[in-house]
Design a protein around this ligand. Structure first.
Ligand code: S3P
Length: 431
């Protein structure tokens, strides 16, 4: 069968790698660079399929974007400078492209259409289209504007004071970006729990005033972005796979270099500590508006824990690999308040529970998360699938490092979405 990868146990993992640039920050750097005045240079840009979808969409709106070996140069067109695209904007598998770009398109003076792949077509868009419509944009889509394909007619926008029902940086960012297009009005977004704050930090780097408190962020419309150079730190969501690998593969020691440790993203580090992992965080000097560290992880015995509430948005993308980690911890690990997992690239409660069960984990789905009972001897000897979801694919590849028998991984190419050199790094570390 095409795209089937046979993966086997390793005796240990050792050495050091630098994971690729952060996906969330790479998307934002291109988008904000595109609507800024002047030239933005982005180094350590993630050359994954999702970020390349963002590049391709903005090129279709007349933005010149040059890519050379991880250095991306964006010739900004200013807040009013994007051009009406003559083609449909194809976001591929990328929810971040879809939702943040809608926030930008809402305030343009033109019409645009967005489509994506099969997975995008199932992901809820009304969480973004509803507030953008309240601000004055005209947006329609399948099933009453809920799903792609979407059609957007930009408009003059008004500010809103919006209480988001979900903690979502994509929703928050779309509203703040639209908020920049109002006539000096204030736009405020409040969330049930604070989500990642890369937009707030990066807008400030582009010279925009953003107010923030515990659960809300706001901007005043009419502020222009001034181009700046951006260094993209390593993606902690990619590092998470090797952090877990280092913790669960016996006799391992892995150093992950230059990882972004923005406190709204470091839930994985909290969980590793709560479970008793041997982990050392070594902060690195840098000029960026995002903190960076080297992280050293060594294998150790682990115990189960409970993960819920405010912690969930700080590790939402890491839950698949945390579930694997929990299979190697003594006792129960309970993950709750995480129903957002159902609307990620796949329904990650179903895909995580289904695939880990196939290889011998003791894991049960709940309404808003899962319960994992360890420590399990993972047998492997199964054909598993990424279901087209990059993070499920990488979690299963890490699982294969400890399964007694090899596993066959279907659709491993999905991993290119966020970590194109994942298997090279896995093989460099494998002993
Ligand atoms: C992202 C926010 C998160 C995350 C996604 C990237 C972002 O989604 O799961 O991978 O870059 O803003 P939500 O904001 O919908 O939780």
């Amino acid at each position: 069968m095409a795209d089937l990868k046979k993966l086997s146990k390793v005796s240990s993992l050792a050495g050091s790698v630098e994971v690729p640039g952060d996906k969330s920050i790479s998307h934002r750097a291109v988008m904000f660079g595109a609507i800024a005045d002047g030239k933005t240079e982005i180094s350590n840009f993630l050359m994954g399929a999702d970020c390349l979808s963002t590049v391709s969409c903005f090129r279709k709106m007349g933005v010149a974007i040059d890519i050379q070996e991880g250095l991306v140069t964006v010739e900004g067109k200013g807040l009013d400078g994007l051009e009406e695209p003559s083609e449909i904007l194809d976001v591929g598998n990328s929810g971040t492209t879809t939702r943040l770009m809608m926030g930008i398109l809402a305030g343009t003076d033109f019409h645009s259409c967005i489509i994506g792949d099969e997975s995008i077509a199932k992901r809820p868009m009304s969480r973004v289209t509803n507030p953008l419509k309240l601000m004055g944009a005209t947006i329609d889509g399948r099933e009453n504007g809920q799903y792609t394909p979407l059609a957007i007619r930009g408009n003059n926008l008004n500010g809103i004071n919006y209480e988001s029902p979900v903690a979502s940086a994509q929703v928050k960012s779309a509203i703040l970006l639209a908020g920049l297009r109002t006539n000096q009005e204030e736009t405020i977004v409040t969330e049930p729990h604070k989500s990642r704050d890369h937009t707030e930090r990066m807008l400030r780097a582009f010279g925009v005033k953003v107010k923030e408190d515990e659960r809300s962020a706001s901007v005043i419309g009419g502020q222009n972005l001034k181009a700046t150079n951006i260094f993209v730190p390593g993606d902690i969501s990619s590092a998470a796979f090797f952090l877990v690998a280092g913790a669960i593969v016996p006799n391992s020691e892995i150093l992950l270099r230059n990882v972004g440790i923005n406190p709204t993203r470091t839930g994985i580090l909290d969980v590793l500590k709560m479970m008793g992992a041997s982990i050392e965080i070594i902060p690195q000097e840098n000029q960026s508006f995002e903190p960076i560290a080297d992280i050293l992880i060594k294998s150790s015995s682990l115990k189960g824990t409970t993960i819920s509430g405010d912690l969930i948005p700080k590790l939402i993308d890491e839950i698949p690999v945390i579930a694997l980690l929990a299979t190697q911890a003594e006792g129960d690990t309970i993950i709750k308040d995480a129903s957002e997992l159902k609307v990620k690239e796949t329904n990650r409660i179903d895909t995580v529970v289904g695939e880990l069960t196939k290889i011998g984990a003791n894991i049960k789905a709940t309404d808003d998360g899962m319960v994992i009972t360890g420590k399990s001897n993972l047998l492997g000897n199964a054909t598993v699938s990424s279901h087209g979801d990059h993070r499920i694919g990488m979690m299963l590849a890490i699982a294969s490092c400890i399964t007694e028998q090899p596993i066959n991984l279907q659709d491993a190419t999905a991993i290119d979405v966020s970590y194109p050199n994942f298997f090279d790094h896995l093989s460099v570390l494998s002993k």
